[in-house]
Write a protein that binds this ligand. Sequence first.
Ligand code: ZN
Ligand code: ZN
Length: 86
Amino acid sequence: MSRDKADIWCPECKWRPTPECRWVCTPRCGTVWNTFWTRGVCPGCAVKWTHTACLACQKFSPHEAWYHHRDPDAGAQVADPASLEA
Ligand SMILES: [Zn+2]
Ligand SMILES: [Zn+2]
């Protein structure tokens, strides 16, 4: 079982949700759950929430934007000079 070690935090304010945090599937089925357990999928009606509201700053961000993957090769240059050509 390979689980990626992504940090989860709000891309707007860097608030980190805790396991105790809850989101509500509204106005749909009203299920209350932690959306990061299911990667944004409501366990009640199976709808996938592509955007997740921050409980701290109230802003919606794409669910995937909350995951910040740590590069195992920290320090490696990602930018390719050739890709900078206009
Ligand atoms: Zn639902
Ligand atoms: Zn936020």
